[in-house]
Design a protein around this ligand. Sequence first.
Ligand code: MOS
Length: 676
Amino acid sequence: MTGTARYAVEYPARATTYGWVVQATAARGTITRVHTSAALAVEGVLAVLHHGNAARLNPAVDAELFRLQEPTVHYRGQIVAVVVAESIEAAREAARLVRFDYDVVPHRTELSAQDPDLYRPDHVNPDYPTDVVAGDFDAGYATAEVRLDVTYRTPAYHNSPLEPHATTAQWQDGRLLVHDSVQGSSPTREILARVFELPVEAVRVVNTHVGGGFGGKIYCKIQTLLAALAARHVERPVRLALARQQMFGPVGYRTPTIQRIRLGAAADGRLGAIAHDAISQTSTVTEFAEQSAVYTRNMYAAPNRRTTHRLARLDVPTPFWMRAPGHTPGSFALESALDELASACALDPVELRLRNDTMIDPESGHPFTSRNLAACLRDGARRFGWADRDPSPRARRHGRWLIGTGMAGSSYPARVRPAAASAAAYPDGTFEVRINAADIGTGARTALWQVAADALDVPPERVRILVGDTALPPAGVAGGSTGLASWSWAVVRAAEQLCDRLGELRGVVPAEGLTAEANTDDEVAAQATLPRYAYGAQFAEVRVDVDSGEVRVRRLLGVFAVGQVVNPVTLRSQLIGGMTMGLSMALHEAGLLDPRYGDWVNHDLATYHVSCNADVPAVQAHWIAEQDDQLNPAGIKGAGEIGIVGTAAAIANAVHHATGVRVRELPITLDKLLTG
Ligand code: MOS
């Protein structure tokens, strides 16, 4: 590391000012009065912007961005003002002194399966059907030899990327320049142009380096808009970074879930009926419907199946994207239930999954373009040393530690989005490839550079790659594990076109250079809709203190099938990162909302626990060779998300094997084990 990478609030800006946000202290109601005189009296304070004095904005696509426009308070912690000052200290001090009077009305923040107002959204994220039915679940379940009916719960989770949501915004001659922490700047540019009623060409968003995101920065967030609004108001650049504590709520979180799973199987473990009914929450601001049951639609065979989603609209911040949305909570439920079914059928859990494997997608009826779940299960079992496992729970003990092992399957969709790219050749023998991809710390820049050098068939040292700027050809966000698959497609096409034109010129590069541009809009639109997924198998070994219930993960091992591997170093990093996040989910993370105040009780990294080094002793990620010609030119499936899918279930299953206690509500804390 050299420290030369610049992040959103580290770019030089002349005469910059600093913003600090103010959050509502009422859970629901209306602001009746704003008291700003004490804040304005702080030396160096330039402005306190709130709904009463902020410029009117054109409504944004995401209603959570429509802030400082109305006196309504939808949830506690909603951003209701921004202080702008000459220093960050003055801004922060003044923010403390801004006071609001509220007309408060009763609020409701608790997710409950008994909530009479649960409703059925029109679709779930990003555009899946809400409910899917095939065969006759009730009949298949009623006649099954083995039946399981269990409910799992996951709490709220908060994204905690190292770099907070952060923006430097500056206006010049009616043009807006933004340095931002967003996971992809092309959509943000469109949103800003719409909100400020500018031509798209008048907005430039730069995100050369992004310090993590995990979904929490996938689209334009509130600090971007407020920084731009404030910069226009004070007619100077504004830097606005959320404090860590301010990231717990107002920029989104993974919804808590309540998931009922029913499995009906023959005595040999073959599934005849699967039902997965998921409940989660959204806000009164806008709808966000986590697709928790979607995982179950495509994972295992069964003739009779039903998956449903219901939502509670509560006085809470709007949930948002977090690594493997839907599949993360959904796989915890289904892969835990399969472990319970394996016990009920006296069957090895790996064998149970092999028996219910399918090469035909149960939802669409089409063959998967490639499905190597079985290979991952077998290779994982071999590497982990699964074969000699005694299935009985609570059978292994070393001193005060009960030892157990568990496993889970995993999958994640392999999707692509359209993108554009350009490739240029120069007379000095170098090349430049340009695409508005985003490197959010994944190493995407490096992998794309390799793809570009391969496609140009020149040594990488002669290729420059530029990403992270809306001045480059537009591309989709770093999200949904679509990044490298989508971007590499456009890079390959641009490189092919450049090579063709160089061929026509017999390799002679004109003095001014030669540029070719390509986009994949038509190719991506024309691609057949087929079931495309990455797969994996997760194995965990835990030890549990027999007296205190303390759980330690001794090792995690995952084997994945993610298509073509571009860069083994960055791939491994993504996979073990996802697995570590899954470990964190299994044992540590839980966002707790106090229903009396509607406020997040634990809103910093001292009280919202995430796994740290000492919690993660040994994580191994492996992959199998896989070639799938029905994906994209580079044969990539994407690997940013599959590492987290199934991990929490593998650990929960291992805890059950160690202790005989089945914890169906994450995280697995000492209290839940001691009562068992
Ligand atoms: Mo990921 S939740 O699509 O950034």
